[in-house]
Design a protein around this ligand. Structure first.
Ligand code: C5P
Length: 220
């Protein structure tokens, strides 16, 4: 039988992570933050002293295949180190984007991602959940928000954590990351053919979560 899987794909800072986690919580489903796997892989490469480049693709894929990653509530562990904060820096995001462009690394992480699809269900957040990892999922959402809106949200998030930030740099960074994610040959960021688009520029988090839950109820 078809496992209950909800895919939420979209660009950087579109709010999909927050929404996907909230939907999983409301439904009591498992949650896969696939971006975190690329972030942890990139960090593991940095820690191992392996420069992130095409020449090191096989070595990084090897790391990814044996990644000692563990999700414990909202914390993420790499071996015996809590890397929850270390993987969330802008630099870690850039490194993750570069690592994720390597096809062997993507392939190495497929089985691990599939292992999250268990009863009672899964909400999977990423770039290629609906196109590559769970192509038969009954609900696929492609979440977007304007670049201005995403930069503004990221800015407020950083400021609220006491981290200084420049909104123009943030917007340039996220547009650079979007361009890399959309233009790479391995699993580029694009909506699945049967994905429902959801632009949340003018919506609150609750409204966005409710829209996804509504679509899911329609399918039951
Ligand atoms: O979503 P997040 O910003 O944590 O993802 C970090 C990077 O990992 C993204 O910029 C993207 O390049 C990559 N990624 C990916 N495929 C996914 C999830 C993330 O290529 N399913």
């Amino acid at each position: 039988a078809q496992l209950p899987v909800i895919c939420i794909d979209g660009p950087t800072a579109s709010g999909k992570g927050t929404v996907a986690a909230a939907v999983a919580e409301r439904l009591g489903y498992h949650f896969l933050d696939s971006g975190a796997l690329y972030r942890v892989t990139a960090l593991a490469a940095v820690r191992a002293g392996i420069p992130i480049s095409a020449e090191n693709e096989a070595a990084i894929a090897q790391l990814a295949r044996q990644l000692p990653v563990r999700f414990a509530g909202s914390r993420i562990w790499l071996g015996d180190e809590d890397v929850s904060e270390a993987i969330r820096t802008e630099e870690a995001g850039m490194n993750a984007s570069r690592v994720s462009a390597l096809p062997l690394v993507r392939k190495a992480l497929i089985a691990l991602q599939h292992s999250f699809a268990r009863l009672p269900g899964l909400v999977a957040d990423g770039r290629d959940m609906g196109t590559v990892i769970f192509p038969t999922a009954p609900l696929k959402v492609f979440m977007t928000a304007s670049a201005a809106c995403r930069a503004d949200r990221r800015y407020k998030q950083l400021i609220s954590k006491g981290i200084s930030a420049n909104i123009f740099d943030l917007r340039a960074d996220l547009e650079a990351r979007d361009a890399r994610d959309q233009n790479r040959s391995a699993a580029p960021l694009k909506p699945a053919q049967d994905a429902l688009p959801l632009d949340n520029s003018a919506l609150t988090i609750d409204e966005t979560v409710n829209q996804v839950l509504h679509w899911w109820q329609e399918r039951q």
